[in-house]
Design a protein. Structure first.
Length: 103
């Protein structure tokens, strides 16, 4: 797992041909906007979160974000335990995101 600043995360993601973006916020938070092309799996689903994450391709570079960067950091740690090698946490989360937003 790597903690990346907003700029590092956006630059690395833009250059990554093997990227997957994971939004671990609640459905209510997602309704306020999200980073385009992201997959939504709520970390508060507990075991359901683990089951859904395990269906993702472990060979992908997974860019994870939440509202502030705390839950996404936890998600990266869980994913590391599940065998994901390349997970990247967005420091500052969506509330500090300055890139494109979809609604």
């Amino acid at each position: 797992m790597a903690d990346l600043t907003q700029q590092e995360w956006a630059a690395q993601l833009a250059a990554d041909e093997n990227a997957l973006i994971l939004d671990v916020r609640t459905s209510e938070e997602v309704e306020e906007g999200y980073i385009p092309n992201s997959i939504h799996i709520d970390i508060y689903k507990g075991q359901g979160f683990i089951e859904e994450v395990e269906s993702l391709d472990k060979a992908k570079n997974i860019y994870v974000y939440c509202r502030s960067g705390n839950r996404s950091g936890q998600a990266c740690a869980i994913m590391s335990q599940l065998g994901f090698v390349n997970t990247f946490n967005l420091v500052g989360g969506f509330m500090n995101w300055e890139g494109d937003v979809a609604e």
